[in-house]
Design a protein. Sequence first.
Length: 480
Amino acid sequence: MAHGEGRRQHFLVVALGVQSHVNPGRALAHRLARLRADGSITATLSVPVTTYRRMFPRSADSAPATAETSDGVISYVAHSDGLDDGSSSSWAADAEDRARRRRASADSLSAVAARLAGRGRPVTCIACTMVSPPALDVAREHAIPLAVFWLQPATVLALCYHYFHGHGASVAAHAADPAHEVRVPGLRRPLRMRCLPSFLTDTSGSDRATALTDVFRELFEFLDRWRPTVLVNTFDELEPDPLAEVRRHLDVVAVGPMVGPATDARIHLFDHDDDAGKKRYTEWLHAHPDGSVVYASFGSVTKLAKRQMQEIAGGLRQCGRPYLLVVRRDGVDDDEGGIHGLENDTEMQGMVVDWCDQLEVLSHPAVGCFVSHCGWNSATEAMASGVPIVGVPNMFDQPTNMYLVEEEWGVGVRGERDADGVLTGAELARCIELVMGDGAGAVVIRERAKALQETAQAAASAAGGPAERNLCHLVKTMSK
């Protein structure tokens, strides 16, 4: 591509229709579009039709399927995944259903690319979040340069790479022993099985476990054969050894932390009260001293058992500190009282809400601790805000993220579940004290969290930080 850096670039960012993919995908598209002030780089975010309708409910119902929406920086378009009526979850039920939905998505994404070209904005690069097989198909079929956006830490990338390159049998042989240690190149120390991503140790044989393994295996086969750039949501100062290791095998570019300013709008794909609820919890936070509030939220996917939520609420009361607890309207199983039942039990110590702007809350000076499922988006937002973590990992990359938070970076502690798999209220209160108390260990954790905040913010800086420089290099590479 002989026009070099002067060539106009148009990135089509394709995201899975879940919040943990949509928000970093949107952040990546925004960063790309802002790299050049002359408008020579544009970006379009494409999400499934049902996700698009939730993002833009006022316009989506009346707009044609080929419509575009813009926020003034990037454009948004929908693609079909074969379930435009919203009749199923993001996970296909069986191999036949997965194949059908994959064909539908690939056909629709091809049509999106053709429409954009017809409007004078041909796609010069596809950037897809990490489990998007249809995007791989479209890039290969139409010979469009591809970048894979790895939404998890480089440590998980290294673990997955080596799992599919010789270590899989060893992991499978010991998957039932959480204390068994495995050595993986690029990691400074052996990793216990319980700290590995759940999709590498799931021996249930369930459709979901099989589907995840198949998708990741195909992804790494694609990476080996076609050698696309892999954008990783991390930064060199955070994970130098894992990044050095994966760069021995793949074309890896660190572009994280993919966290925008706290004032930037974020996307929320579930029902919630917006302005009135935000005003209420913001005023409540303003009324509390710096570093005094426990913020607790368990992500956009996890659904907690009623007993577990009762234990969490009890532990927050027991810790004796003010707390802000987020409970999604669909976030608790068999919960007749819902959020209101918890609200009635908080007395004056805490506040329970069904939604909040998480980065804005974490950035508030009153917040001194984050009780979290330890998803990577949440972990990076906590880092960028200098807030220590009490982690309650459950699935996917969360166990590895918690290992990094506690054992590698020393900015949090892990809450241990009992024999029934429940985090008790007493254990939660104990962990909160370990990061918010007056003990020497708590002081060290808070100091490390503040130091990591400075490093993370420098890496993410739009004024020539490492993430921006690396994205500029990506654009230059795609222009050749």
